[in-house]
Design a protein around this ligand. Sequence first.
Ligand code: AGP
Length: 628
Amino acid sequence: MCGIVGYLGARDPKEVILKGLKTLEYRGYDSSGVSILNKGKFKRVRAQGKLSQLCEKLQNEDFDGHLGIGHTRWATHGKPSERNAHPHQLNHVNIVHNGIIENYAEIKEKLIKNGSQFESETDSELVAHLIEREMNFNASLLNATINIIPGLRGAYSVLAVSEKTPDQCVAFKNGPPLLIGLGEDEIIVASDIQAIISYTKKIIYLEDDEIALISPGKVEIYNFKGQRIEKSPVTVNWDASQIEKQGYPHYMLKEIFEQPRAVAQAIDPHIDLSTRKINLSGVGFNVDNFEGPEALDLKNDLLNTNEILQTIERVFIVACGTSYYAGMLGEYLIERAAEVPVEIDLASEFRYRYPVIPKNSLLIVVSQSGETADTLAALRQAKKQGALTLSICNVPRSSIDREAHGHLYMNAGVEIGVASTKAFVSSLALMNILSLSLAKAKGLLNEDLEKKCVDEIVAAPSLMEGVLAYDKFFAQAADDLKKKRGFLYLGRGVSYPIALEGALKLKELAYMHAEGYASGEMKHGPLALIDETMAIIVLCPKDELYEKTISNLEEAKARGGMIISIGTGDDERLKSISDHYLSLPETAWYVNPLLEVIPLQLLAYYVAKSLGNDVDQPRNLAKSVTVE
Ligand code: AGP
């Protein structure tokens, strides 16, 4: 939701904080601000709008101190404005906050009764008030924090500084991520590794219920009760070059073009090229802390992934947005390959619908960020109900990754564009690996079939390279497409989730009306939408549903819509009923979705670009949705 950066060290805090906020702008971009020590006082500068507004304001500002905090905001409580921008300041205390303080109304009321005056409409400001009040009673910054935490409800991560302790910063969290980078003569705290990685690779991941007291060259970790915890940093292997645009005009286009590599990296740990076999190595189901001993027949000696998969009788897949559509593909693949019943749910629905989770269930959560609040809550809910859980994340050590019993990694590399692209194709590839592994564990995948499937999956990245050439087509077609009144994306079977994803991409980026439909549903209502002002994007691979999709398309064609079809090879029949026909190379039905989504991403990208929209940071959105 929001991005936080804190700096204590020898460099100019303004430079480090602004550079860090730039890498975190994807998390929120309606206002931003910094508080940096200058002549013993925190000088606060805030601006509404994009980070560039803040940079402009800070151009001629100098600071002589070495401690500062900064924030980029995505509004939850209180509209986007300078007044509501962070840091929040009360006398000597400054804080930045990511998340939501759920009981803010009651705390605020009490504080107002006691004479406090609030400057903003946010839930965050009260943290500054609470800390300041404690410090006025002579508590240290650390003790003030320990004292106020029991009164806070909700999900939050906070950085707090005070002029009374000009060489200290306190970081604490219960929910959204906070990482602490340990450099030579400096310490950087941030919501995401991207803000830290160009200074150091030594990272402490703050866990929930932990407080970090940061002072020159030293980080002490305490639990919320104030007891000291020993914690060592880990060394990460991410590279700073991954977070640069490398010549592309936008991160999104760069990430679209990185997709073949993302898929190759996702499948690499799970395919043995010499034997042409699939494995789920690295999943590392940790059932030591399994909370549902009654619900799953796991014996102590049954820790082998394959044996665990054999016990699975039902699969739940839970996610949000694009990750949910990847999960939908998982439903088609797992049911068909492994003959295990699958339920797919939106995390925001799952957590409140009192799901029945039978014995021997596996719950798979898919999340690029690994921090999505609803998905995390669904995971916790399923664990409580006794499910074995498996996360598919792109960000290692994210909250979801850490809390699940088993782990698969998208390995897509840093994804910065708010609209997810490469993490999606990596998830699709992992759904293939997972369904085949389950099928194998169930004795439903013979050796020959396994080899054939491996060959098809391994060939996917190079086929995807070829499909990227549609870049030029959409760069040209965008000017016409942007004049359409609306878009319908049609697909059946495994192409249906891709149609939904195509529509989501266009909505997110072009702010145009777009809907994804299962083609067979057209005559049950949406056909009424079609006239010559509509564009119909149809996914029509040469699979067992081909004839049916063609008749659905004829129905649409008869109503005058402009048709862009995406099919297999040289399909004259499809070509003849389409205004534009885009041919994809022949591949297996389960790999085809990886190819189909590329033209849809390019369409959304170029239409948005042609409309002059901010492609990497579409309005009203944030990359990581860490609140409900
Ligand atoms: C994707 O383009 C969206 N920005 C959004 O739907 C996203 O997929 C969703 O918020 C889930 O995020 P996650 O994968 O990080 O959990």
